[in-house]
Design a protein around this ligand. Structure first.
Ligand SMILES: NC(=O)c1ccc[n+]([C@@H]2O[C@H](COP(=O)([O-])OP(=O)(O)OC[C@H]3O[C@@H](n4cnc5c(N)ncnc54)[C@H](OP(=O)(O)O)[C@@H]3O)[C@@H](O)[C@H]2O)c1
Length: 309
């Protein structure tokens, strides 16, 4: 089968399209025949050797964190899935999605939403679960609360806006000017152009800040969190001393695969409460170009690789 692997860390040139052995599942694993795999910022961080879970001892390494496909082989302890089931998954770091057949744990996979084709479905798992865990597990967001999402037009952000709205929260978001209408169409109540406006001057205090940007954006966010509120980041740990003085909860987390949460997200998609936005698609062999596009071009929603199918 074809796979896109790295043998050393570095720029896009280290991605190699290679022929390798098809994996065989054991125990509670399945093998998914991959129809589509999504591209996330984490893939480039792994490629560069800047992601803690992927070190020299993992090389050669297949990149890619989430896929949609059909079950092509089943381990002897798996009873909940059948051959040919159309599934999608956020994979554990030991398995990469930029390949034609990938191993996944049965606890990571769930049936793909019926309303989505494989390309759109592959766009969902990592960003959907990241947004779910950030808003609800770490942010403890509840109906009626006020939230701001920094980076609302990206992969995680466009999901977070819709999940938060579906949960009954009031949502502000920062995006670039060209994405203002897009963020409004996803349900955002207040949309701020991060390039021309300062959110801390125009957004009333919020219960939860969901930070997908870090740096100065995270620092300035302290000004708008209510006492008793939370500032949760996917990127860097917010200042704990400042948080204690302001009586707010802060945290930085790494999203974890979770088939049960993915199932709830699939239900929201099939109920028409969340739409998935794919910016562009590339063939598996163009994985390097896809990663460069995500890094350097303005991307709205997700980039997806077409694999088999
Ligand atoms: N910890 C975890 O488990 C985890 C999981 C998923 C993602 N992440 C991280 O979270 C971040 C977001 O992920 P993603 O997949 O959503 O990335 P993405 O698809 O690249 O989206 C990033 C978005 O942020 C916007 N942006 C850039 N600077 C901004 C600013 N100062 N204020 C507001 N928006 C700004 C970009 O818009 P423009 O193109 O217009 O600049 C883009 O729409 C990445 O750094 C990623 O590595 C972490």
């Amino acid at each position: 089968m074809q796979a896109v692997r790295i043998h050393r860390f570095g720029g896009p040139e280290v991605l190699k399209v290679e022929t390798i052995e098809e994996p065989i599942p054991t125990g509670n694993e399945v093998v998914i025949r991959v129809l589509a795999a999504s591209v996330n910022p984490a893939d480039a961080k792994m490629r560069e050797g800047k992601y803690p879970a992927v070190t020299d001892s993992e090389l050669p390494y297949v990149l890619g964190r989430d896929v949609c496909g059909e079950i092509a082989n089943i381990g002897d302890e798996v009873s909940s899935f059948l051959m040919g089931d159309e599934v999608f998954a956020f994979l554990s770091p030991e398995n990469g999605g930029y390949e034609e057949f990938v191993v996944a744990k049965s606890s990571e996979i769930t049936m793909k939403p019926k309303s989505l084709d494989p390309i759109d479905a592959a766009a969902v798992p990592l960003v959907g679960i990241t947004a779910w865990q950030g808003l609800f597990d770490h942010g403890r967001l509840r109906a009626g609360q006020r939230l701001i999402i920094h980076g609302g037009a990206g992969g995680v952000g466009h999901f977070a806006i819709q999940l938060a709205k579906a949960s009954g929260a009031w949502v502000a978001t920062t995006v670039s000017g060209a994405d203002k209408e897009f963020a409004t169409s996803l349900g955002a109540d207040q949309v701020i152009d991060y390039k021309t406006e300062r959110f801390e001057d125009i957004v009333d205090p919020v219960d939860v800040v969901y930070d997908l940007i870090g740096g100065d954006t995270q620092d300035r966010s302290f000004q708008i969190v209510k006492s008793g509120g939370a500032l949760i980041s996917t990127l860097s740990e917010p200042d704990g001393d400042r948080a204690a003085k302001q009586n707010i909860r802060v945290g930085r987390y790494t999203a974890q695969p979770n088939g049960a949460q993915l199932q709830k997200i699939a239900e929201l998609i099939d109920a028409g409460k969340i739409k998935v936005v794919v910016d562009s698609t590339f063939d598996l062999t163009q994985a390097a170009k896809a990663q460069e596009t995500l890094k350097n071009k303005h991307v709205r929603g997700k980039i997806v690789l077409k694999v088999l199918g």
